[in-house]
Ligand binder design. Structure first.
Ligand code: FAD
Length: 417
């Protein structure tokens, strides 16, 4: 009997990566487990990770090295990573039929390039372990008595268990179900929630011309972040031009620093479109192209050098008359063009918010969670996992890895309790 008649050993809130891993692990260890998810299906956000390909983890087997990627708070993850690290995650999925591959930047993806395969493997794990999955079940609050959680209130009545695992995610991409209610419940119960901010967010820029090149992916570019004429940070990799400005992995990663600097004045980004060539080498390359197209108009001379949607904006920004014959472009004009290609300027006007943020920075204060078990230090029978914790990493598989790791440990600790 269930629903207040017989109690479950463990109730898990949230059917995202952390909650699925936690529920499966606890049930695999012989516990009766119920998983409550408000969506019609499990892992809605997981399905859109890595543009639908799911960057499962980062190929960094050394826990210490991996933990450093999360900044100072990464130390919190060390015991959990030792219990269930990158290699364990890869083996977990491979043993469930999800072959993996490693791409540039140590990014691990399913060989099929399908996030759905990752989600389906987790759903099968839940089925095999005997987890009772309740979809369309929205949790409205947690009841507590002293240092014990006593029940979960849902739109369909109260669910009671001996232990509870909260993995309801952050506030980013709220359309996927991650609307941040878990933070409110915990705050009301006395947990400290560190300030919540959208993180890994696209950047809005002032330049109108970006609309002409929207959708253009710039591979192998270098982006430099400058303020008051000084370079503050830089990244190398892939960026994306959007209708509002810039996105893509290196832009998301640098957005944190942009957010920190914006209150102190204007922030500029310079995109080096040809970082492997020095100014002189690129100048030589441009001269070769100019020689090839010497009898054409300048506007028709850049097709070998630039993607089509960038040509018109670059010509305008160069200030060179587009109809001028290439062989009459002056040295000074050509140098202006080369400078532009080595540093296409963007002025930041802001960052997008939670709607478009990859993750939420901030969450349950790590001082209030035992890193060896993921147990709340305030409630003996409450465990926390995933993005709800005050932990976040850069792009590249860090954020899902922390979900697998903390989810596994929370499930195991709750089961062993
Ligand atoms: C566009 C995008 C791409 C990303 N790509 C990657 C990537 O490739 N690699 C990577 O490492 N990370 C990626 N991330 C980050 C990653 O998706 C998150 O870190 C991860 O999903 C967090 O997992 P979670 O289980 O903690 O929370 P979530 O995935 O947010 O799951 C929480 C679940 O709880 C449910 N829930 C919430 N409130 C309630 C309630 N009141 N009642 C019942 N259920 C509730 C939600 O519906 C949701 O299903 C990406 C994020 C986005 C937005």
């Amino acid at each position: 009997m269930r629903d207040g008649h017989e109690i479950y050993d463990i109730a898990v809130i949230g059917g995202g990566p952390a909650g699925m891993m936690a529920a499966g692990r606890a049930a695999e260890l012989g516990r009766s487990v119920v998983l409550l998810e408000k969506n019609r299906q499990l892992g809605v956000k997981l399905l859109i990770t890595g543009k639908g390909r799911c960057n499962i983890t980062r190929d960094e087997p050394d826990p210490q090295q991996l933990a450093e990627g999360y900044g100072k708070k990464g130390r919190f993850l060390l015991p959990a990573l030792r219990a269930f690290g990158v290699q364990d995650v890869v083996e977990f999925f491979e043993s469930r039929g999800v072959k993996t591959k490693v791409e540039r930047g140590k990014r691990v993806f399913p060989a099929s390039d399908k996030a759905r395969d990752v989600r389906d493997a987790l759903a099968a794990y839940l089925r095999q372990a005997g987890v009772e999955v309740r979809l369309n079940t929205r949790v409205t609050g947690l009841a507590a008595d002293g240092e014990l959680i006593t029940g979960i209130d849902t739109a369909r009545g109260r669910v009671v268990a001996r232990r509870y695992i909260l993995s309801s995610g952050g506030c980013s991409y709220p359309g996927t179900g991650s609307t941040g209610e878990g933070f409110d419940w915990l705050r009301d119960l006395g947990h400290n929630i560190t300030p919540l901010e959208p993180a890994l967010v696209p950047i809005i820029t002032k330049e109108e011309w970006v609309k002409e090149a929207q959708g253009l992916s710039l591979k192998n570019v270098r982006i430099s972040l400058c303020q008051h004429g000084q370079r503050k940070d830089q990244r190398f990799g892939e960026a994306l031009i959007t209708h509002f400005g810039l996105s893509g992995p290196i832009v998301l990663d640098i957005s944190k620093k942009v957010g920190e600097l914006l209150p102190q004045g204007e922030v500029k980004l310079y995109v080096d479109l040809k970082p492997s060539l020095s100014f002189d080498r690129l100048d030589e390359r441009v001269q070769r192209d100019f020689a090839k197209y010497r009898n054409k108009a300048f506007k028709n001379s850049l097709t070998d050098l630039l993607p089509r949607s960038l040509i018109a904006p670059v010509i305008r920004l160069s200030g060179i008359n587009p109809d001028k014959q290439v062989n009459s472009v002056t040295r000074e004009e050509r140098h202006r063009l080369v400078n532009l290609l080595k540093g296409l300027e963007f002025t930041v006007s802001g960052l997008l918010g939670f709607e478009q943020a990859i993750i939420t920075r901030g969450g349950v204060d790590l001082k209030e969670v035992d890193p060896r078990t993921m147990r709340s230090r305030l409630f003996r029978n409450l465990f926390l996992a995933g993005e709800i914790l005050d932990l976040d990493g850069p792009t590249g598989g860090y954020n899902l890895q922390l979900c697998w790791t903390t989810g596994y440990l929370a499930g195991q600790s709750a089961a062993a309790d």
